[in-house]
Design a protein around this ligand. Structure first.
Ligand SMILES: Cc1cc2nc3c(=O)[nH]c(=O)nc-3n(C[C@H](O)[C@H](O)[C@H](O)COP(=O)(O)OP(=O)(O)OC[C@H]3O[C@@H](n4cnc5c(N)ncnc54)[C@H](O)[C@@H]3O)c2cc1C
Length: 383
């Protein structure tokens, strides 16, 4: 069993890390303070070929496998330290592009994927509602059929890229009498469709360079050709795939952030002196970096295992849940250690690690909370 990356994968990761240090990291503190999405940085990331990584080559993407897509996110996060940008990019790739690539008609793929892969159009996925997050079956948004159109009404919240997106996959109940699992359908709703608006911009603890909004749908008319996948399949097919991509791939950004924080913490521990010697000489500091290293190794292995299993068509629901649950909690623990090791400077935003703590917390909530992952794992054991 060989857990190492191939030479080609190592070289790819190194080039992405170098790109991110040069083009993403500069100005990240200021962007975070301002809570600003930066279209220029996005254009550079897209120009570097990152906006269509897993999209098939036939539709303008790179056709990258799951492992490589994760490696790119890990490397961008390591080099760029901009978790918000990674959230937006990750959402664009995994729950923006992939549902269309996997479930779209030929016409839908031709219409959206080439421009999304080029980064000229941004994607989003809207399932969560103010009163239904983990309990997706509790969604109230309706899609009522009228001839060859559906009329959508409802509210979606916490939507990453929601205000930026040129196309949002919106999930709505279309089958009034069907059991919840078969009652929801997905629609590709275009920006500017009458009645489809941003009703609230949400301010966040972290990931502030990524816009998160509430979306309102008031008598939004979509043609039946805008339905993504078959009627009634939005939860068990499309939603399931989206969560799977989030759990296997998006968490790689958090892993990249953990690695960079460890590296910076080691550097700081060797440079910072107290009581006449580098703080690296103190056992308490050594304990922290050792624990950070162990967490990083486990996080990396769990994420790559889940990605590899997904690539190879091996059932991996429990492995993906373990990876998501672990990364969500370990990322916060390691960010806290990094802050403590930096002392007072750890609490000041110039040193990045305070942002890491604010950013890391999201991985235990978005894309399915830690408690939901634990439920999946426990069910596999207890039935
Ligand atoms: C920054 C950000 C970006 C997001 N981006 C998107 C997006 O692009 N698209 C989208 O559709 N959604 C998005 N989300 C929504 C996210 O997926 C949900 O917030 C998440 O699934 C949790 O749902 P909730 O917030 O309704 O919490 P709730 O489901 O209300 O959960 C509240 C608490 O109860 C716990 N809980 C709930 N049910 C159980 C249970 N059965 N057993 C044990 N504990 C339970 C939860 O773990 C949590 O601790 C985003 C969220 C955030 C914060």
């Amino acid at each position: 069993m060989d857990f190492r990356l191939t030479d080609e994968q190592e070289a790819f990761s190194a080039s992405v890390r170098a790109f991110a240090r040069e083009h993403i990291e500069p100005g990240v503190v200021e962007r975070d303070r301002a809570g600003e999405w930066d279209a220029d940085v996005w254009k550079q990331v897209a120009g570097f070929g990152m906006a269509g990584l897993p999209v098939p080559e036939a539709y303008g993407g790179s056709g990258a496998d799951v492992l490589t897509t994760g490696l790119a996110l890990e490397s961008l996060a390591y080099g760029g330290r901009d978790a918000g940008l990674m959230l937006s990019l990750g959402a664009h790739l995994t729950i923006g592009c992939m549902p269309i690539a996997l479930h779209g008609t030929e016409e839908q793929k031709q219409r959206w994927l080439p421009q999304m892969a080029a980064g000229e159009s941004i994607g989003a996925f809207a399932i969560t509602e103010p009163e239904a997050g983990s309990d997706t079956a509790g969604m109230k948004t309706r899609g009522d059929r009228e001839g060859d159109t559906y009329v959508l009404n409802g509210t979606k919240t916490f939507i990453t890229n929601g205000g930026l997106a040129d196309v949002v996959t919106v999930v709505a109940r279309t089958e009034a009498d069907a059991p919840a699992g078969m009652a929801f359908s997905a629609f590709l709703v275009e920006k500017g469709t009458p009645g489809f608006t941003v009703s609230k911009e949400l301010k966040k603890l972290g990931n502030r360079t990524s816009p998160t909004v509430e979306l309102s749908l008031q008598d939004v008319e979509v043609h039946e050709s805008q339905m993504l996948g078959d009627p009634g399949t939005a939860l068990w097919k499309i939603g399931f795939e989206c969560f799977d991509w989030e759990r296997c791939v998006m968490i790689a950004s958090a892993v990249g952030g953990m690695e960079r924080d460890l590296e910076e913490s080691v550097r700081y521990a060797k440079e910072r002196e107290a009581f006449g010697k580098p703080i690296a000489k103190f056992g308490a500091i050594q304990h922290k970096v050792a624990q950070m290293r162990i967490r990083l190794e486990i996080a990396k292995l769990l994420q790559r295992q889940a990605a590899w299993m997904k690539d190879n068509g091996i059932e991996h629901q429990v492995e993906a849940a373990m990876a998501k649950a672990y990364v969500g909690e370990a990322g916060v623990d390691s960010a806290l250690d990094a802050i403590q090791l930096h002392g007072g400077w750890g609490y000041i935003d110039e040193f990045h690690v305070e942002r890491s703590l604010r950013d890391a917390k999201l991985a235990s909530i978005g894309g399915g909370t830690t408690e939901i992952q634990e439920m999946i794992i426990a069910r596999s054991l207890l039935g």
